[in-house]
Design a protein around this ligand. Structure first.
Ligand SMILES: [Zn+2]
Length: 268
């Protein structure tokens, strides 16, 4: 991932970008905490929409993000940690989508920026240079086990004829295997979903609780569908233990955390 600086009305935003996504056809970004409206409750570029977040602050931060990527409207669904995929078509408005329960949003409409909110969960951005279709996907452990990413890849194929072999995929900052310690119920769910896939489980030392590598699991899913390994960019930033504290983290800060918004838009 590269860090790109944007000046939006005097506010300095810092977005991570992946060279896996073709910049000539798509604009995208994985925000850091830099460049937001200052003040409580989250001092930074908080793009979340939780009850305690100040709506005016979040709205202004989202406006800045949309300006940085050059989108006309921002489309977010209501995330529920499930496998449902929402489609944005020409003429659709953002308000209707906000009521739709889905953890993946896909479109081929130029200027329609699709995004997902995260604070430790994995944000994925997918792009098909052939058809111009793109997707934003939110995958925490429930979404990984529930198959939200395979569902999005299949929806891109069904809706736009996107061949998995042509897809470009970027996995943004998320909680790393270093910090994602889990209990037995999560291990059990992963063992059932990924039989024999031992390498995604990490143990620091004998007797330690297992840690899960969400991005390794997502790579397995993508490659099983035919996405080329060289078209997958899984950055190694960990939201929880990043040295420069560039990211919000639910594990680290619990309900006091803000949220990031990963976004992709087909250029007009
Ligand atoms: Zn970590």
């Amino acid at each position: 991932m590269n860090t790109a600086a944007f000046d939006v009305d005097g506010s300095a935003l810092s977005l991570l970008q992946s060279s896996a996504l073709p910049a000539a056809r798509f604009a995208h970004g994985f925000p850091t905490r830099a460049g937001g409206v200052p003040g409580a409750p989250e001092d930074g570029f908080n793009l979340g929409g939780r009850r305690r977040d100040d709506p005016a602050t979040v709205e202004e931060n989202r406006r800045r993000l949309l300006a940085a990527v050059g989108g006309q409207h921002l489309f977010l669904a209501r995330q529920v940690h499930g496998p449902a995929v929402a489609v944005v078509r020409a003429g659709d408005g953002p308000q209707a989508l906000a009521a739709v329960e889905a953890d993946a949003v896909i479109t081929d409409v130029p200027g329609a920026a699709v995004g997902v909110l995260v604070a430790d969960c994995v944000p994925l951005l997918l792009a098909d240079p052939a058809s111009g279709a793109c997707a934003a996907v939110h995958a925490g452990w429930r979404g990984v086990v529930g198959g939200v990413v395979p569902a999005a890849v299949r929806a891109l194929a069904a809706g736009y004829g996107s061949a998995p072999a042509g897809l470009r995929v970027a996995l943004g900052p998320a909680i790393g295997a270093c910090c994602f310690e889990v209990g037995p119920e999560v291990v059990e769910a992963f063992a059932a979903a990924f039989p024999g896939a031992g390498p995604m489980y990490v143990r620091d030392r004998p007797g330690a609780r297992p840690h899960i590598d969400l991005k390794a699991a997502l790579r397995l899913q993508l490659q099983a569908l035919g996405v080329a390994p060289e078209h997958i960019d899984a950055g190694d930033e960990c939201t929880r233990c990043d040295g420069a504290a560039r990211f919000y983290s639910y594990r680290r800060d619990s309900t006091r955390t803000g949220q990031h918004l990963a976004v992709i838009v087909r250029r007009g």
